[in-house]
Ligand binder design. Structure first.
Ligand SMILES: [Fe+2]
Ligand SMILES: [Fe+2]
Length: 282
């Protein structure tokens, strides 16, 4: 299995970078595009890196925030592909970020895409899905508890007003490797990465999540050099993951640099930074 980071927050020579994430998963001769970043530049990077995104068996959208789905329109317009776009019903909600000064930002995407490309979308409701090839999509993640979302700015606009986002739009990719161990790809982990791993453990009790790739949404509202978590929280997360059998993580994007540094300082498991253009072989 190989995961290539098509775009992420970190700069890399000769490649675009942005606040967003797009990953290419290759597993047993099949490719899957997981998220499309914010702008569509993932596609420029894919061409530079020689990643054949046009051969994708599916485009998986982890959730409905624009830093993950903003490049989808370009994929649908420009890439010679008939790959289905696997997305949750709730991803079409009206997502807002409400900052502490009261300003509101639309962080959803152009939901009209589903009308313009109706034959391309495969909209999933509740539950989980097998894509074959030992690749699974897990939804309906547990919310709350000690490892639930720490971000109070993320809302959904409903007829009655803004309500906290219940993250029903989030889905996680689980891949079983040849050795039976699981790799979890969780681009933003809004439900909380420990909650997500516990969900997978409940659903697939005979297998252990050994590797995690993704963002953990521990970045604060002031950007990549800020954090939204209290002191000591990062080591609690790392220890929680290690207790569940996780051995290695690659994290970046919405994790933020302070949380990445705090996690890297823990020795319960191996922590690696995610970087634009890198490939991970597992
Ligand atoms: Fe997000
Ligand atoms: Fe994100």
């Amino acid at each position: 299995m190989r995961i290539t980071v098509l775009i992420e927050n970190t700069p890399a020579e000769g490649l675009y970078h942005e606040h967003g994430l797009s990953l290419w998963l290759e597993h047993r001769d099949r490719g899957y595009l997981i998220d499309t970043g914010a702008s569509g530049h993932f596609f420029d990077n894919a061409r530079t890196l020689g990643v054949p995104v046009e051969t994708a068996k599916a485009v998986i959208i982890s959730h409905g925030h624009n830093d993950h789905v903003g490049g989808l329109e370009r994929f649908l317009q420009e890439v010679d592909s008939t790959a289905p776009v696997l997305i949750r019903t709730a991803a079409f909600d009206d997502f807002r970020c409400v900052k502490s000064d009261g300003t509101e930002e639309d962080i959803g995407f152009d939901v009209e895409l589903i009308n313009r490309y109706s034959d391309r979308f495969c909209v999933l409701g509740d539950g989980h899905a097998s894509l074959g090839n030992d690749v699974y999509l897990i939804g309906d993640h547990t919310q709350g508890g000690p490892y639930g979302s720490l971000d109070k700015t993320l809302k959904v606009l409903r007829p009655e007003g803004l309500v906290p986002d219940p993250f029903k739009h989030e889905q996680t990719v689980v891949v079983e490797g040849d050795d039976g161990a699981l790799t979890l790809i969780s681009p933003c982990s809004h439900s909380g990465i420990v909650n997500i791993v516990e969900d997978v453990r409940r659903l697939i009790p005979s297998r252990t999540v050994r590797n995690i790739i993704g963002g953990f949404h521990l970045m604060g509202p002031a950007g990549i050099n800020s954090t939204n978590c209290p002191p000591g929280y990062c080591s609690e997360v790392i220890n929680g993951l290690a207790d569940l059998g996780v051995e290695q993580i690659w994290t970046g994007h919405c994790t933020g640099l302070p949380a990445l540094r705090a996690m890297s300082a823990c020795d319960a498991l191996e922590v690696h930074p995610l970087q634009t253009g890198m490939s991970i072989d597992l």
